[in-house]
Design a protein around this ligand. Structure first.
Ligand SMILES: [Mg+2]
Length: 434
């Protein structure tokens, strides 16, 4: 893996990176700067990480089919049906193919490319796995799209180490667990973090510190400003503003006059100022896991094992997000693709593995008693989610329940340190646990 990363000793270290042909000493790890200096300059000390998966759809296709390695890939719509490219692999980009281009054009530019259809469900599945990994670093995660997310890791230093180190660990874990690469940007705000992740793709790790913001920003073209589209770029060029440096030096009154309030925003970004917070995705309505089997499964022990594993993952995800679920749903798909769901409401919202498991296990047993036959897919979902703040603390906590909560906490800690397969409950191997 290629890093612009700090290797111990973690004193100051300069790296050089190439932007538009000129070498600039833009990246420096200054881990010795005390936080209060940032606090004074920024109002608060923040470290934001932007994670952007490299050529995501193509990378997933390559992961699922190693025979595609090294070949130019175009993932997207049918070239004959006016489809567009969703992802072009780097091999295809060398031929001038890029995303959002008509597939027919891309195929003309790179006739030997392998054209693949978008498999949305599979990409979502991997995207969820990436988010699971990110959640191990911070609960403050804002997904931007299926293959991009912001993390606010301010205040995580004591637990996880300095932010650049966290960025490095994120990359390593994504690669280790999923076999995929990500480009990571680490910076004091969202705009700079997003910019940083884009500076050295693929598999990059770029850190922008407070002291180097101008060195990074000034030479870049204005279209690199987040939110400046072609029309705004044209407007700026008309004012003879071509680089972010020129924009920084332009009188804010002029920008205001020309662009209104957005002018102020541009001026702030050009100065490397962006106060937008990382907003965790609160729209989550349900959290689920499902698995399509390579060969159909009828064996009850096997189904129980799969389902318990899914329940553990879902419960962990709930706990990490500070959420509790009021209902559980079992999803079953037969060999002929008929899909059925069975739901149950729990007596109270919970994120305790044991309680969720009892609910979903009862649904499976009920189904098996009457309709049992081979399955090609099994899944479970927790829904009717509530946040912790909406729940009243019980005055006299149920001692059995707090015991289960402690077990969950211990297991979460082990899983976070050693990965998913490091520990499993009794019962995951088929033992009955009603
Ligand atoms: Mg990407």
């Amino acid at each position: 893996m290629e890093h612009l990363g700090p290797e111990p000793p973690r004193a100051e270290k300069r790296c050089r990176i190439l932007i538009r042909g000129c070498q600039l000493p833009i990246i420096r790890y200054e881990l010795s700067i005390p936080d209060y200096r940032y606090s004074m300059l920024w109002g608060m000390s923040r470290w934001i990480i932007h994670v952007d998966m490299d050529e995501f759809f193509a990378a997933v296709e390559r992961l699922d089919n190693p025979a595609l390695r090294g070949k130019p890939l175009l993932v997207g719509g049918d070239p004959k049906a006016r489809g567009v490219v969703s992802t072009a692999s780097y091999e295809a980009r060398a031929f001038g193919c890029h995303s959002a281009m008509p597939m027919a054009t891309a195929v003309r530019r790179c006739p030997h490319a392998v054209v693949l259809q978008v498999r949305g469900q599979r990409y979502h599945q991997v995207s969820e796995q990436v988010l699971d990994i990110l959640e191990q670093f911070s609960p403050m995660i804002e997904p931007l799209s299926i293959d991009e997310a912001f993390l606010d890791v301010s205040g995580c230093e004591r637990l996880l180490g300095p932010a650049p180190e966290i960025g490095k660990q994120i990359k390593q874990r994504i690669r280790g667990r999923l076999g995929l690469t990500a480009s990571v940007g680490v910076a004091p705000n969202k705009f700079l973090a997003k910019l940083a992740s884009d500076l050295r793709k693929p598999d990059g790790l770029v850190v922008i510190t407070k002291d180097h913001i101008r060195d990074v920003l000034d030479p870049l073209g204005i279209e690199r400003l987040w939110g400046v589209g072609p029309a705004a770029a044209k407007g700026l060029r008309r004012l003879d503003i071509h680089t972010i440096g020129q924009l920084r030096l332009a009188p804010v009154e002029l920008l205001r006059e020309r662009f209104g309030q957005v002018g102020d925003h541009y001026h702030c970004l050009a100065n490397g100022i962006d106060c937008r917070p990382v907003v965790p995705d609160s729209r989550t309505k349900s959290i689920g896991r499902e698995q399509t089997f390579a060969a159909d499964i009828e064996d009850m022990d096997e189904l129980i094992r799969v389902l318990l594993n899914q329940t553990e993952q879902v419960a962990r995800r709930l706990r990490r997000g500070g959420l509790k679920a009021r209902s559980v749903t079992l999803k079953l798909r037969y060999v002929d693709f008929t899909t059925i769901t069975r739901s149950a409401t729990l007596t109270e919202p919970t994120n305790i593995t044991e309680v969720l498991w009892r609910g979903v296990r009862r649904l499976l047993d009920k189904w098996a008693a009457r309709h049992r036959r081979p399955l090609r897919l099994l899944g479970m979902t927790a829904s009717q989610l509530t946040g912790r703040e909406g729940l009243q603390e019980t005055l006299f906590p149920d001692p059995q329940r707090t015991g289960q909560e402690r077990i969950d906490e211990a297991m979460d800690r082990i899983t976070e340190r050693f990965g998913d397969r490091s520990i499993c409950r009794g019962g995951t191997n088929g033992a009955d646990r009603k």
